[in-house]
Design a protein. Structure first.
Length: 285
């Protein structure tokens, strides 16, 4: 009986440890609408269920100032995110979407005064909302990040664009205590620039820059991990950019990470860094 008990104990311990090592947290997901793409609450939740995504951080694309979205103001768009996150507390946290050109930090602060952990960051899209990442109008939102211990997440793009990683780095140096996540490492562009500025920030210790994996080729992700370390990279996918089978597009990336990283480093990239950086408290499924 004693040996049977030991075997049972080993199996139970193994089963308990397994979910932590295979947990996937997507730090880049959306609700809202975007003409021509299958994006929305049910599409996201269905994807998450079928592809075993434990948790997602969500912002509302309808806050983008585009003709293909609903182009909502900060209050209406983020209220929808709040309601979605509250309905799905065991799977979802919110990212407030900022519109520095025609919004205000005061608009977003009302969502944070009684936040209770629903919102864990502020989302900035310099291209979709037509502002330079290092524009002075962005600074009041970063003050909110400092005050409420939030992460600033930025769409990052090509050199010379509004979302040039160099511009994001310039802003981050003005707020050295705020963690910045650069989505895409440069959207459909060379990822070298984003990796370079994140490396400089670490060398100089003058900003907290992290990189994210949406639409990034596996080789580029592995290169970023090699240069910056596994602590600096977060798994994100821009859900549901690829529609109803969105997460299938990231199976090659996950396979490459499993093949090339230790279990500890794999866990950091796919879940652990997100839990640490966004201070996530995961409830029961």
């Amino acid at each position: 009986m004693y040996y049977l008990f030991l075997i049972w104990l080993l199996l139970a311990t193994s089963n308990e440890a397994q979910p932590a090592q295979t947990m996937l947290i997507d730090v880049h997901a959306h609700i809202g609408s975007f003409r021509g793409f299958e994006i929305g609450e049910e599409v996201l939740l269905d994807n998450m269920r079928r592809y075993n995504i434990r948790f997602a951080l969500v912002s509302n694309l309808d806050c983008a100032n585009l003709s293909v979205t609903r182009n909502l103001n900060e209050i209406r768009a983020n209220q929808a995110t709040l309601e979605f996150a509250q309905k799905n507390q065991s799977r979802i946290r919110g990212l407030l979407w900022a519109r520095p050109n025609d919004g205000s930090a005061e608009n977003l602060e009302q969502f944070l005064k009684s936040n209770n952990g629903t919102f864990v960051g502020i989302k900035f899209h310099p291209e979709f909302n037509q502002f330079a990442a290092d524009d002075a109008h962005v600074d009041p939102y970063l003050v909110l990040c400092e005050k409420y211990h939030l992460v600033a997440v930025f769409h990052s793009g090509r050199a010379g664009s509004n979302s040039d990683p160099e511009k994001i780095y310039a802003l981050a140096r003005r707020h050295p205590g705020v963690p910045f996540v650069l989505y895409h490492m440069g959207f459909f562009a060379s990822h070298d620039r984003a990796i370079h500025v994140a490396s400089l920030a670490r060398q100089r210790q003058d900003a907290l820059l992290y990189l994210e994996t949406a639409q990034v080729e596996p080789d580029a992700v592995l290169q970023a991990i090699k240069e910056l370390g596994s602590d600096a990279i977060l798994f994100g996918t821009d859900a549901t950019y690829y529609g109803r089978e969105h997460y299938s597009k990231y199976e090659k990336l996950l396979q490459a990470l499993r093949k090339n990283l230790s279990p500890e480093d794999y866990y950091k990239v796919t879940a652990g860094n997100a839990i640490r950086l966004f201070q996530l408290k995961l409830g029961a499924d």
